[in-house]
Design a binder for this molecule. Structure first.
Ligand code: S3P
Length: 435
């Protein structure tokens, strides 16, 4: 299915973006590892998370949908061998965290995913998990499909390691922490930069003890998790599309409610404020150990800036939509230190450079950088965009189409299901012309 976004009148109103994808995956995984019944409210019911729910069922837990976004999951305090290959669809977070969680149990499990996921690097988790004693039969280059043989070769538990992450990755950190739950000794992870810490927070919510000291995180093996209840806040990475749309469409003012404001996730909002965006945060409060609040965004004149590279982990999924804001800003926006974008659901540096250029913007691509030369007015638009099967590339270009002079069409909208199934209707309710 194709979708087209046309130049729109002001976007107005209040909205509640869908549940946070990172927290949704973790709620299901920790619920499966825990003993007893975990209740989840506000779960993101996108394809990525539904694949994780299916994987947890295959590994012996019993997730059950009891209402819109309301789930319960009966955990058995351990994972069991699946009968069939586990398909994680498009989700790097799902597959990497689940492999980490399963690595501590004496089971064999085969994992696969869609074309995009089968191209993505898995050695980043296989290397530390092998150091802990797990074994893998993987496709060339350590890619999916792969079979995990969990536990240590002698049938005993994994051994704890001390590991410095070679890339700033919450997925790798989380995979090691989850494996560390079933390792002998204290597992230590050293992070080069702080990355999202939802696994650490949620492990504590499920009764585990963790020690966090600067960039070092330690977890002792042999801990049991106890069922909990999790309220999933709105995903800042999804809220970002509506917020940037309001900033670039004249006359707009909208309010995104209940948005996760964990400081490891708010880099985009800080960057937009640095660019001159009229953003304010109201009603800050706590939800299941995470800070949330309402974000009010009004149309703004944006100016280009140099985005601090050390901010990248706190906005890693938001560079595509930031590039759209940058294309509407006055002056150059320089985004460096973002090589990781090339190994996401698509090569996001290449696809944003291509898509924005097709829309009439002036963009330069470097190995680990994207530079957008803004003119102070939205680019022309009037192009059909190749999304490469990437949900964020799709939604970012649709947002651009709302502010451009001519419509922007995307070649394939199906992948939006992975993180934001209701996106077109959600944006239409705010006044966007998308169909
Ligand atoms: C995620 C971590 C990030 C992010 C992804 C979700 C997570 O990936 O891009 O969408 O939930 O841990 P990396 O940890 O690989 O950077």
């Amino acid at each position: 299915m194709q979708l087209e976004a046309r130049p729109s009148g002001p976007l107005r109103g209040a909205c509640v973006p869908p549940g946070d994808k990172s927290i949704s995956h973790r709620a299901l995984i920790l619920g499966a590892l825990a003993e007893g019944e975990t209740q989840i409210a506000g779960l993101l019911e996108g394809a990525d998370v539904l694949h994780t729910a299916g994987a947890m069922r295959a590994l012996g837990a019993a997730p059950e949908r009891v209402g819109e976004g309301a789930w319960r999951i009966l955990g058995r305090g351990r994972l069991a061998a699946p009968d069939a290959t586990i398909d994680c669809g498009n989700s790097g977070t799902g597959v990497r965290l689940i492999i980490g969680a399963a690595a501590g149990y004496p089971l064999a499990a085969t994992f696969t995913g869609d074309d995009s996921l089968r191209r993505r690097p898995m050695l980043r988790i296989l290397t530390p998990l092998e150091l802990m004693g797990a074994r893998f039969d993987a496709a060339e280059g350590g890619r999916l499909p792969l079979t995990l043989h969990g536990g240590a070769p002698n049938g005993g538990p994994l051994r704890a390691i001390s590991y410095t992450l070679p890339v700033a990755s919450a997925q790798v950190k989380s995979a090691i922490l989850l494996a560390g739950l079933n390792a002998e000794g204290v597992t230590q992870i050293l992070e080069p930069e702080p990355t999202r810490d939802h696994t650490e927070r949620m492990l504590k919510g499920f009764g585990a003890a963790l020690q966090i000291e600067g960039r070092a995180i330690r977890i002792a093996g042999g801990q049991r998790l106890h069922a909990s209840s999790v309220r999933v806040p709105s995903d800042p990475s999804s809220a970002a599309f509506a917020i940037v749309a309001a900033l670039i469409v004249p006359g707009s003012e909208l309010r995104a409610e209940n948005v996760l404001l964990n400081p490891t996730r708010t880099g985009l909002f800080q960057t937009l404020i640095d660019m001159g965006a009229d953003l304010s945060i109201e009603n800050r409060r706590d939800a299941s150990g995470e800070e949330v609040g309402d974000i009010v965004a009004r149309h703004s004149s944006l100016r280009g800036i140099v985005v601090p590279p050390e901010r990248a982990p706190s906005m890693i999924d938001e560079y595509p939509i930031l590039a759209v804001a940058a294309a509407c800003a006055e002056g150059d926006t320089i985004m460096r230190g973002i090589a990781e974008l090339r190994v996401k659901e698509s090569d996001r540096i290449a696809l944003m450079a291509k898509g924005l250029t097709a829309c009439g913007a002036s963009v330069e691509e470097e190995k680990d950088a994207l530079i957008v030369h803004g003119t102070g007015a939205p680019p022309r638009g009037g192009a059909q965009i190749a999304t490469g099967g990437d949900h964020r590339i799709a939604m970012s270009h649709l947002v651009l189409g709302l502010a451009a002079k001519e419509p922007v069409r995307i070649d394939e909208a199906g992948m939006i299901e992975t993180s934001f199934p209701a996106f077109p209707a959600f944006m239409r309710a705010l006044g966007a012309d998308i169909s």
